[in-house]
Structures are given as structure tokens and as C-alpha cells.
Design a protein around this ligand. Sequence first.
Ligand code: FES
Length: 112
Amino acid sequence: MSAVYTIEVEGAGVAACSDAERVLVALERAQGLGKLKGLPRKLPVGCRRGGCGICRARVVAGQYRHDPMSRAHISEADEAAGLVLSCAIYPVTDLCLRFETSQLKKPNQRND
Ligand code: FES
């Protein structure tokens, strides 16, 4: 039996995600259901396989497991700092994410 975790997108809302589901897929579903109203734009989705880097995000809190992520988009240092490709991670606890891509940033939002 799989566990279901809460995925919070900072300032945007929450999604439910099973431990067997890619976080980006759960977020897409939640956005389609109107549960991520705080996102200024549609979630960035590309290859959905950890290769294009468009779904880059920072895990602010929580634990996850992951499939391979392109080193062209997530270096070892990035990974150590909590940066991930959200299409390649699966929750093992509740998570809090912050999207890094400029496609989701609101005007004047800082890139910390
Ligand atoms: S959608 Fe391409 S790396 Fe996530």
C-alpha cells in the first residue's frame, strides 16, 4: 500500500502525491483542479524524464527519492543544496518546494 504525502509549493498551494508518483505529475493534477492558485503561470513541463531542466525546483523541506537527473541541469553541488528536477522526484515525507525556473517567477521576485 502506498503512502500519500502533501506537497506544498511555497505561496501557491498544496497537492497530494503518493510515494510512487512523480511530484511534477501530482502538481500538474493539483493545478488542473485549481489547488495551486498562487502560481502566476502554468507549471513548466518538458520532457518529464529528468532531462530538460525546465521543472527545476528547490526542496525547502522534506525528504524524497529520485530517478536520474541531468547533470547539465542539476550539478552535484545543486543537488547537495536541495535543487531537484521535480519530474524526477518522489516524496518519502511531506515536501515543500520552491520553483527555480524564471517561467514561474512573478515580476520583481528574487532568485535566492
Ligand atoms: S520536465 Fe524535463 S527535466 Fe523535468
